[in-house]
Write a protein that binds this ligand. Structure first.
Ligand SMILES: NC(=O)C1=CN([C@@H]2O[C@H](COP(=O)(O)OP(=O)(O)OC[C@H]3O[C@@H](n4cnc5c(N)ncnc54)[C@H](OP(=O)(O)O)[C@@H]3O)[C@@H](O)[C@H]2O)C=CC1
Ligand SMILES: N[C@@H](CC=O)C(=O)O
Length: 407
């Protein structure tokens, strides 16, 4: 019988207990032995629950119990989760976590520690929630050189954009609904809306892709605050959808990665990914493109991925880190940009004549309510930025810029 502990009994942690209880037989077969949740550590009061005896308020009773061999971390953030996870790994126990902030900030160090101790540090649920992305990347695609990953990795914003497109729901209403469904980050939902959650996730995917640690501060991230119902309608007129895309790729100048709302042509499979669903496309030199699609957030989908990691750890042990590993690296100055030219949708205050005076002979998509929307073709990030700055000097305020995703 394997004994485990859950740290943090919120949306995901309570889901892990439910998955273990509902699918106990399946879990026992997979782990090679029955699995019992012996402790749950949470600062909240659960004394009225029938299983109140499981609850503890700190990590100490768990560390002091030699029967516990694996620990689930679903507290979130790094303040408590980082020292807790480090202590658990140092004590020679496996860790499975859904905490992308922890992995994006301390992943290389924790992987090295797990390797040193011969235990597992697994984090499948940290990207894609319940959708397997990380394990396929380092296991099933191991015979490929991977050059690119791109996808929709934030369930909350994808849910919100879908509600805005289909039901004309406003931004605040869509966010409240996503929060009530347990999709949004509880500590700070602006992590979803401002692209920070996706920034952490693309760092994890890029670290696997390139084999060295990528830090969030080196990744330009924009969320969906500037996306209006009007942008979505104009995108639809151009046979495209607005999606928050996280991408990382190898370019001639080295790695490039970012998170940004983009215009996604309907021919792309990513355009049809709606609601809380996530989808990640990985490009390999042998397989070509492969897409992983499924629920990116929510209690049971996410918990199912965390639980699977615990079962893998119990069954296979630390040898997994012969394939799941990346080296540490120093954060650099600035961000990893893609310098190649691209086409962009731009919406700015002012008439078509004022817009053309700055941006040249651009294709006008719409001119209404004192705003002009147009397509700016073949400009790099730096050129686009310079044009927007020049526009501001000429009283043409740019309200949104969305790069077209190439297929
Ligand atoms: N929700 C989702 O769909 C998904 C979440 N994730 C990630 O999973 C992690 C957990 O998310 P989620 O379950 O939504 O978060 P919740 O806020 O619902 O759960 C966290 C729990 O941990 C408790 N907690 C806080 N501090 C401590 C502490 N010192 N010791 C023990 N427990 C503590 C919290 O209590 P209190 O409320 O009092 O602070 C809360 O009960 C996060 O990293 C998140 O990003 C990943 C994929 C999907
Ligand atoms: N808040 C996140 C939860 C999963 O990581 C999201 O919306 O995707």
């Amino acid at each position: 019988m394997a004994k485990i502990a859950i740290l943090g009994f919120g949306t995901v942690g309570s889901g892990v207990l439910e998955v273990f209880r509902t699918n106990a037989d399946k879990a026992a077969r997979r782990a090679g032995q029955p699995v019992e949740v012996k402790y749950i550590c949470d600062i909240r009061d659960f004394s009225s629950r029938p299983d109140a005896a499981l609850f503890v308020k700190t990590l100490d009773p768990i560390l002091n119990d030699p029967e516990v061999t694996a620990v689930v971390e679903t507290i979130g953030g790094t303040k408590v989760a980082y020292p807790y996870v480090k202590a658990v790994l140092e004590s020679g126990r496996h860790v499975a976590t859904s905490n992308k902030e922890l992995v994006a900030t301390h992943g290389a160090e924790l992987l090295a520690l797990a390797r040193e101790k011969g235990v597992c540090f697994l984090f499948e649920a940290s990207v894609g929630g319940g959708t397997p992305v990380i394990t396929p990347m380092y296991q099933c695609l191991a015979a490929n050189n991977l050059s690119e990953v791109r996808g929709i990795v934030n369930g909350t914003t994808n849910f919100m954009l879908t509600k805005m497109e289909r039901e004309g729901m406003d931004f605040e209403g869509a966010l409240k609904l996503a929060q009530s469904l347990g999709y949004a980050e509880t500590i700070d939902p602006s992590a979803d809306v401002d692209g920070i959650d996706a920034q952490r996730k693309i760092c994890i995917l890029a670290s696997i892709l390139f084999g060295r640690h990528f830090y969030p501060q080196n990744v330009a991230a924009r969320g969906i605050r500037d996306v209006s119902v009007k942008d979505i309608a104009l995108a639809r007129r151009q046979n495209a959808a607005v999606k928050l895309i996280a991408w990382a790729k190898q370019t001639e100048d080295g790695p490039a990665l970012a998170v940004e709302p983009m215009l996604v042509p309907r021919e792309s499979q990513l355009a049809g990914v709606d609601d809380v669903f996530n989808a990640v496309m990985v490009r390999g030199d042998m397989l070509g493109d492969v897409m992983f699609y499924g629920k990116g957030a929510g209690k049971l989908p996410t918990a199912s991925a965390v639980t699977a990691d615990v079962l893998d750890a119990l069954r296979n042990g630390g040898s997994i880190h012969e394939s799941l590993f990346w080296t540490d690296s120093e954060p650099m100055e600035g961000v990893y940009e893609d310098a190649s030219p691209a086409d962009r949708y731009v919406r700015a205050e002012g008439g078509a004549a004022a817009v053309r005076a700055v941006f040249g002979d651009v294709e006008i998509l719409d001119e209404a309510d004192g705003e002009t929307a147009f397509t700016l073709r073949g400009k790099s990030v730096a050129q686009t930025r310079a044009l927007c700055e020049e526009a501001a000097r000429q009283d043409v305020r740019v309200k949104n810029v969305l790069k077209w995703l190439t297929l």
